[in-house]
Ligand binder design. Sequence first.
Ligand SMILES: Nc1nc2c(c(=O)[nH]1)N[C@H]1C(S)=C(S)[C@@H](COP(=O)(O)OP(=O)(O)OC[C@H]3O[C@@H](n4cnc5c(=O)[nH]c(N)nc54)[C@H](O)[C@@H]3O)O[C@H]1N2
Ligand SMILES: Nc1nc2c(c(=O)[nH]1)N[C@H]1C(S)=C(S)[C@@H](COP(=O)(O)OP(=O)(O)OC[C@H]3O[C@@H](n4cnc5c(=O)[nH]c(N)nc54)[C@H](O)[C@@H]3O)O[C@H]1N2
Ligand code: SF4
Ligand SMILES: [Mo]
Length: 744
Amino acid sequence: MNVLNFVKDQMRIRCHDGVLTERLVQTPAAFGLGRLPNSVKPDATVNSICGYCATGCSLKIHLREGTAVNLSANTGYPVNVGMACPKGWEALTPLSAADRATTPYLRNAAGKLVAVSWSEAMDAFCNRFKAIQAEHGAESVAFLSTGQIVAEEMAFLGSLAKFGMGVVHGDGNTRQCMATAATAYKQSFGYDSPPYTYQDFEESDVLIFVGANPCIAHPIMWQRVMRNQRHPEIIVVDPRKTETAMAATDYLPLQPKSDLELFYGLAAHIVELGLVDRAFVDAHTNDYDAFAKFLGDYSLLTAAEATGLPIEQLERIALLIASGKRVSFWWTMGVNQSYEGTRLAQSMINLALMTGNIGKPGTGANSITGQCNAMGSRLFSNTTGLLGGRNFESESDRQQVAEILDIPVERIPAKQSLSYCEIIDAIDRGEIKGLWLIATNTAHSWINQKRFRKVREKLDFLVVQDMYHSTESAEIADLVLPAAGWGEKDGVFINSERRIGITRKVRKAPGEALSDFNILRLIAHHWGCADLFKKWDSPEAVFRILTQLSKGMPCDISGIRGYADLEINGGIQWPYSEELVARSEQSGERIAQQRRLFEEGQFYHADGKAKFFFEAPQAMPEPANKDYPLILLTGRGTSSQWHTQTRTGKSDVLRKLYPKNPYVEISPVDAGLLGIKPNTQVRIRSRRGEVEATAVILSSVQPGQLFMPMHYKVTNHLTADAFDPYSKQPSYKACAVTLLHLKT
Ligand SMILES: Nc1nc2c(c(=O)[nH]1)N[C@H]1C(S)=C(S)[C@@H](COP(=O)(O)OP(=O)(O)OC[C@H]3O[C@@H](n4cnc5c(=O)[nH]c(N)nc54)[C@H](O)[C@@H]3O)O[C@H]1N2
Ligand SMILES: Nc1nc2c(c(=O)[nH]1)N[C@H]1C(S)=C(S)[C@@H](COP(=O)(O)OP(=O)(O)OC[C@H]3O[C@@H](n4cnc5c(=O)[nH]c(N)nc54)[C@H](O)[C@@H]3O)O[C@H]1N2
Ligand code: SF4
Ligand SMILES: [Mo]
């Protein structure tokens, strides 16, 4: 079958002459792209989960003549109860941007990206990758995926690449984001299992936010905190006095990367005071005694010295944690993006365990996820873990997956994938020659861009599959595959509290752009492995396969029978097994809409117990020195900017809400010493590069530190590629820099 006929066939479109003509290409409706799900009426309102952050707000999308014209926040959804942030309100706008990729582009002999047909694109994709594999081995082609496409597409991508194309190495941008939390949970609890439900924001007495700025990064979660009627203590641990810190009842402006010393000092003090919940520890954990012994080297004094915080403040916090009230820990990138992030996350897990603050309302050691489907990628992307939270190296896990998918077990690699940074290293060594990026903008977001740009030169073929042809990654690609975006396809996202929600097609993708799902089907067909994926013929069919893959795993969602269940229930948190549903149907008792894990004190290790992990704090990889006297922190700038700005940069409304040009925040003390005036241009230099930005003088930044948002491409020209040894997550948050001459 020729490719275009295949597209027609897959899209079930009718065409008189059997060949997809130019005329039809110019009529996207003929591509099937204009079709909305059968259930959607032309003038209707459709509920759909937002495609930006992991809060997972439900938006009501209003359609006229079958296309989305406006949206409002869903008042009936348990996550956002009628609220949305600026990105959500403006979610439809980036779909109409002028730089949408509406056709594939292939780099020609003259080095220019030129528009080509899908047929030519598929030839190039398959011929080039197959040739690379033939010459350098199957492992010489890799992919980097995302936390921002629907779970059905993630699973399809990981399965097509690994089971269909013989690819062994594939990782996701979630490595930059959630790998630390996932590793910490796996080690401590026996499975990657954030335990909380958002109701915990409202039911906690003491909320401790560590390296998290929810006012900016998760504004609707923060609204849930604001609904808390228990007059909670809100403690913020961040070197920078963020918007969240300003709203706290107590703020701990610690020195960057001194968090581990802080939490060990607090834990040591709680032990010393005899305030450990021994009953909980003895019944539900292992290795506490070794941890208590380790804590012998720590105290409030060591914590005060390392963090620069007053001992009285630390004493108060230690007492609050041990007080027996409902205490919850919430962390995000200030923890995960660290060279010792895994142990740091576990230092909070340890505190929750030793004070029995887990499995009860308003408690928990809670990692907040970042992207709309970060949790989906952790379970179903088939990248560094086998589908459903399994292990590639386990023969029985491979056997199970082969049986469920009805594929030969030999198709499943028996080897663990390299992680993102190891894939980059393997390209550098000349072992990986072909790379496929899907819904991630590596050429902006990856750490140390100077190195990445050099490494890219060693690739023989780079494919970028994106909504826009103008991203930093698309610009340096050999082949660009035009993808439909959020709102242009169906599927599910899993939010931060493990809630599976449905996102809907409410617009047609422009031109010849196809959903990632259909791009994958096209590739499977052209590669010659479509037979393996016969049953994967619609997002909902794949969703049902995912429910089968989850069966018997901690993330069991075998009780969800289809998309309709998700719609009716206001999303569904995992676990949701067939057994749970059967019990509820028998008893007539509804399954609660807010469910947390570990209520019975049973964890996922074989003996049902959680485990204490600890390790002595390490020195910062790149401390300040005479030549580079300042520590550069990076992170989110405003609630209106999303990552590399490919989407939020397209909205006039959002653009009014943040500075156009890169800026650096500097303390009034350093600005005074260096003679820097507000809003003047400065140069910032690290060992990797030198960039220009506007100086913004703010007392929220401590002397000796700078802050730059990640949304401007200059930022990662400065960052240093250090990684956590367990999670391999990049330590984006701190590197040494100097400020250079001012332009007049
Ligand atoms: N508006 C908006 N919202 C977003 C995103 C976005 O791009 N824009 N991205 C989403 C994604 S994918 C993610 S992962 C989340 C990220 O959400 P957050 O992690 O909340 O955001 P960041 O600003 O990256 O980092 C949080 C804080 O860590 C602090 N920090 C730096 N170093 C340290 C340290 O050593 N110790 C401590 N305790 N803190 C430190 C920084 O000063 C910063 O304030 O946001 C999600 N939401
Ligand atoms: N210095 C510094 N760097 C950081 C961070 C930091 O705090 N500091 N944070 C890190 C973190 S936590 C994260 S999560 C990463 C994010 O880094 P990236 O994932 O690289 O950032 P995005 O801009 O979200 O890139 C997503 C890309 O997918 C495209 N896209 C959107 N929807 C679709 C779709 O449905 N299909 C396809 N095919 N494409 C689509 C978008 O146009 C965009 O180009 O950045 C990391 N980088
Ligand atoms: S908080 Fe997150 S999920 Fe909610 S509207 Fe904003 S970006 Fe979307
Ligand atoms: Mo992230």
